[in-house]
Design a protein around this ligand. Structure first.
Ligand SMILES: NC(=O)c1ccc[n+]([C@@H]2O[C@H](COP(=O)([O-])OP(=O)(O)OC[C@H]3O[C@@H](n4cnc5c(N)ncnc54)[C@H](O)[C@@H]3O)[C@@H](O)[C@H]2O)c1
Length: 356
């Protein structure tokens, strides 16, 4: 199989789908791998790093799309890339077609096959989404801790406290990949962490993180009481295929401490805190009722090197399976087919978030 790794062209997108080590694995398995010059640069990988592992560096997108059959990229094809796509291409990337009617129409008209990272399903899990949620959860605590600094408009407290100064209060809604990573980092910093989830196993996993972490059930009154005490509130719930439920009302936010911080990671699914709205890394925050709100929908975009490494590692086995002759019989990949030879396979479009 000729596998092509294009340079991402979406604004502010610095990730590359496969870092050189990952591309080298595909070469090792006998595939011919091409990379567009400069594709890895923003993630810290120059062309030479690809050449060293046997990947052929091609000068431009036209050559890459012209020669490769399987296109492995991060973001959904952008309008400028559509003329380069052909009916015999298989595109493997994040797609989010439910939110992109124009792209859906374009892919149908081209007549190609597109497999979406976000709907590849194995053992009931979405393995190609998890690493981005891990990253978003960790960024939420790093950013939240910094926004609490007084020069940034925050309450002026150190999240973990010090002797003679109390620990900060962190409240996290949802104990999945994003929420669990946020809890682990906040606990490591020494904060008092309360995590709400409706799943008892998740509550137990949070409690096991340490004596400063409490896992609780999502009773509305319990959430309300905890949020009023919070210095940092992180939203990270997910109901796959549905809008995030509002677990914190605007009235509750209005009663929060002034200078407290809200990071709603679930904002890409509508948000689980009523007052949040989508923002970008260019203008990441806004203040509502004296509370700093952060609603960036592509949080991992800030750390392209880490994100490319994490994404590559989960992608390699699926790219190898996709490059084989019988990949359509592979249930995990079959669940990922969103467009099959120009036909939209609607049942596979889960409407998952765009925050990756
Ligand atoms: N903003 C970004 O850049 C970004 C990046 C990655 C992921 N995300 C988003 O983060 C969200 C979380 O993703 P994830 O991978 O951690 O999901 P996940 O499925 O691993 O975890 C979600 C958790 O929410 C819990 N939950 C669901 N409904 C609940 C409710 N009513 N009350 C309490 N808990 C509830 C589930 O039990 C589960 O533990 C998603 O919306 C995802 O799209 C955003």
């Amino acid at each position: 199989m000729k596998i092509g790794i294009p340079r991402e062209v979406k604004i502010l997108e610095g990730r590359v789908a496969l870092v050189p080590e990952a591309a080298g694995e595909l070469v090792h398995h006998g595939h011919e791998v091409l990379v567009e010059s400069g594709a890895g640069l923003q993630s810290g990988y120059p062309d030479e790093a690809y050449a060293r592992v046997g990947v052929r560096v091609v000068p431009d997108a036209a050559t890459l799309y012209g020669e490769a059959r399987l296109i492995v990229k991060v973001k959904e094809p952008q309008p400028g890339e559509w003329p380069l796509l052909r009916p015999d291409h298989i595109v493997f990337s994040y797609l989010h077609l439910a939110a992109e009617p124009e792209l859906t129409e374009a892919l149908k008209n081209i007549g190609l096959t597109a497999v979406a990272f976000e709907t590849v399903t194995e053992n009931g899990e979405l393995p190609l989404l998890a690493p981005m949620s891990d990253i978003a959860g960790r960024i939420a605590v790093q950013v939240g801790a910094t926004l609490l600094h007084e020069p940034n408009g925050g309450r002026g407290l150190l999240l973990g406290g010090v002797p003679a100064a109390p620990r900060g209060q962190v409240v996290i809604l949802g104990a999945g990949h994003a929420g669990g990573n946020a809890a682990s980092l906040a606990a490591g910093m020494g904060a008092n962490v309360t995590v709400f989830d409706r799943n008892r196993h998740k509550q137990a996993a949070m409690r096991a993180l340490g004596p400063n972490v409490t896992g609780l059930h999502t009773y509305r009154s319990a959430i309300h009481d905890a949020v009023l005490k919070a210095d940092l509130l992180i939203g990270a719930v997910l109901i796959p295929g549905a809008r995030a439920p509002h677990l914190v009302s605007a009235e509750t936010v209005a009663q929060m401490k002034k200078g407290a911080v809200i990071i709603d990671i679930s904002v890409d699914q509508g948000g689980c805190i009523e007052t949040t709205r989508p923002t970008t890394w260019k203008e990441p925050t806004f203040v509502h009722e004296g509370v700093i709100h952060f609603g960036v929908t592509n949080m991992p975009g800030a750390v392209p090197r880490t994100a490319s490494q994490a994404l590559s590692a989960v992608l390699v086995p699926y790219v190898l399976r996709l490059a084989g002759p019988d990949w359509r019989e592979d249930p995990a990949l079959a669940a990922g087919i969103n467009v099959e030879k120009g036909e939209v396979v609607l049942s596979t479009i889960h409407g998952r978030g765009t925050g990756n």
